[in-house]
Design a protein around this ligand. Structure first.
Ligand code: SF4
Length: 361
């Protein structure tokens, strides 16, 4: 488990959007607690950590702060994070979500999403004279930097990830002629490169830790001189949420994962639970629960992807409580204390606005 720390403020508005942590009654138990000989009570077990990661909190705060200091409309390229509840809440506050920059009026302010963008998108913003505020997660930026370095070294870069995900599209754009995207052991076995002695690998930040290890093992066997990042690119939040859902899946009969269908890390949480033989469903919100899933279930686990607000977890807990699962326990496998600072360009806009207000009579 990983838990780096960086400084940065959090707004009250952000905490409202995030919903904070679950605030209802919980019993926190150690993960290695002894199994009780008593029959298991009907209970809801919450995975900890779950929900918002530092990159998502930062991205939401960037949009909220930009709305405050720049005013409406603020344009956001693509979903700021993959969750429709988050996107809709920001839309209500004045954010305008677009697919591509040609939908943004020249000279307007645009925010790049947490998933990052390719250099071609940055170029396009310059050509259109857009003011850019970059909400790319610093852990995604780290992968871009690695891609640039390996490309300069003349290596073929094997990017392990999903070719249609915004993050992978952005990373690929750093050196498209040098990067091969693969997402399975089979593709790793089939991969052909120009020079097997000059290969590097990178990974998407939100993959399955176990599946990715298997792919990298194949790459290391086939290309013994392959190089990779000093630390895994799979981010701390992905690793911690997968560790928590593993423990959860060992204790419950059914796991509900709150998250969007296009959220990579949320999908991986469902897969990790299923790989341990526990039934799991990915749901957008409480309305997706099918009551028949609960038939005969005495312990149900709930977790949430890194872009899922906590209020959606609370809604599910309340729904389950109303159906006779009143006991809520939190299974916390690791504490997180990661924060990322806001981008300089946003801080500079805020500083200039403050200076202008102070100069007004
Ligand atoms: Fe950053 Fe990881 Fe969160 Fe993605 S899931 S925004 S890489 S911290």
């Amino acid at each position: 488990m990983v838990g780096a720390r960086a400084g940065g403020p959090r707004s009250r508005a952000l905490r409202r959007a995030a919903g904070g942590s679950y605030t209802g009654p919980v019993r926190v138990t150690a993960i290695d607690r002894e199994t009780s000989p008593e029959p298991a009570p009907a209970e809801v077990v919450l995975a900890g950590p779950r929900g918002f990661c530092a990159g998502v909190e930062r991205a939401i705060e960037i949009v909220e702060r930009a709305l405050e200091v720049v005013g409406v409309p603020i344009y956001v390229r693509r979903e700021i994070v993959h969750n429709r509840h988050v996107v809709e809440a920001l839309r209500q506050k004045g954010a305008v979500f677009v697919d591509e920059l040609d939908e943004v009026p020249e000279g307007a302010t645009v925010i790049f999403s947490a998933h990052g963008v390719s250099p071609a998108v940055r170029e396009s913003a310059i050509v259109r004279r857009l003011r850019v505020i970059d909400a790319t997660c610093p852990l995604v930026t780290k992968v871009h930097t690695e891609a640039i370095r390996y490309a300069k070294e003349g290596r073929t870069i094997v990017l392990v990830g999903h070719a249609d995900h915004d993050e992978v599209i952005g990373t690929l754009g750093e050196a498209p002629e040098r990067i091969a995207v693969i997402d399975s052991v089979e593709e790793a076995e089939r991969l052909e490169v120009d020079d097997p002695t000059k290969v590097a690998y990178l990974t998407q930040t939100t993959l399955s830790v176990d599946d990715t290890r298997a792919v990298i093992d194949v790459l290391r066997r086939r290309f013994p001189q392959i190089v990779g990042p000093s630390r895994d690119d799979i981010c701390y939040a992905t690793q911690n949420r997968q560790a928590a859902v593993k423990q959860l899946a060992n204790e419950v009969e059914l796991v509900l994962v709150l998250g969007a269908a296009n959220s990579s890390n949320a999908n991986r949480l469902r897969e990790v639970a299923e790989a341990l033989g526990t039934r799991a469903h990915l749901i957008n919100d409480v309305r997706d629960i099918q009551p028949e899933w609960l038939a005969g279930v005495t312990r149900i686990g709930v977790t949430a992807g890194a872009s899922t607000p906590e209020f959606l977890v609370r809604e599910v807990v309340q729904w389950l409580e109303a159906r006779g699962m009143p006991a809520v326990r939190e299974l916390r496998v690791v504490e997180e204390d990661v924060r990322f600072g806001l981008p300089q360009e946003l801080l500079e806009i805020a500083r200039r606005q403050q200076a202008a207000s102070a100069a007004r009579p």
